[in-house]
Design a protein. Structure first.
Length: 270
């Protein structure tokens, strides 16, 4: 049986769910319970819905996020660790007609890439950023990240993150929203169907501020990493709900079309 036959609905039944055209027909390599696959699908759906496929250039850097180009059928550039916003700046300025987005993890964006993301946002570069925050370095062995929660155990803080020695987890959405070039900034979550749907709406807005030429778009996605958290996929979702969302509140932090206050939550998640 061919893949087309496998995907075809049975006579009398209606096909209600299928693979986005911009998503490669390939089995995932991600760990069980990883949320990158969900984020990838949301990106692909929006590229299709907004008619961006033929003019999109994706930029990803080091981390689990780097494998985006294996799953999204668009042109892509791989950047050095943390430098995706700098590379995307060059791509967008060289080809202003293209839709350019970066896809980054928390260790990549909020640590070695902090300078790049801050300055790109402050300049108001016409790009969109998808920031996947799972509070740990996923690819390199589960080390403490800038977003690791207080008390969370990692390979480099086996006793749990301590505020006195490692400081507090960084809230990136609150920081990015304060910068002058930012047109839209929001935080969503991938722990439930309700939150996934809301997160996709945020991603659409972050994409549209670029297509309208309004400025820099940023969406943070709270995600799970069952392997490095050493929990089940179900427990990972519960941890996002019970521990991450209270510290990283969901909602819109800046929306120039809504004239919202910069840096504070102006619209909570539904």
């Amino acid at each position: 049986m061919t893949k087309a036959q496998q995907a075809a609905p049975v006579a009398g039944e209606e096909l209600v769910f299928s693979r986005p055209a911009s998503m490669v027909d390939r089995a995932t390599h991600y760990c069980p319970g990883c949320h990158h696959g969900i984020a990838h699908r949301m990106v692909a759906e929006l590229i299709d819905e907004l008619g961006l496929k033929e003019r999109t250039i994706a930029v990803s850097s080091i981390g689990c996020s780097v494998f985006l180009y294996n799953y999204i059928d668009v042109d892509a550039v791989e950047a050095p660790h943390g430098r995706a916003p700098a590379v995307a700046t060059g791509v967008k300025r060289a080809r202003p007609d293209k839709f350019v987005f970066t896809y980054q993890g928390d260790g990549d964006l909020a640590s070695i890439g902090m300078a790049e993301i801050m300055h790109a946002a402050n300049r108001g570069e016409r790009m969109s950023v998808i920031f996947v925050n799972n509070t740990v370095y996923g690819m390199t062995g589960g080390q403490m990240a800038p977003t690791t929660l207080i008390g969370q155990k990692t390979t480099t803080c086996p006793g749990g993150r301590c505020k006195d020695t490692e400081g507090s987890p960084i809230r990136m959405s609150e920081i990015i929203a304060q910068l002058g070039g930012v047109a839209f900034c929001a935080r969503g979550s991938l722990d439930s169907v309700k939150n996934i749907r809301q997160a996709k709406k945020y991603m659409r807005q972050a994409f549209e501020v670029q297509t309208k030429g309004q400025g820099f778009g940023f969406v943070e996605l709270l995600a799970g990493c069952p392997t490095n958290w050493r929990v089940s996929a179900i427990a990972a979702n519960k941890r996002i709900t019970d521990e991450m969302i209270p510290y990283f509140p969901l909602g819109v932090y800046k929306d120039i079309e809504a004239d919202g206050t910069c840096g504070s939550l102006i619209q909570g998640g539904e």
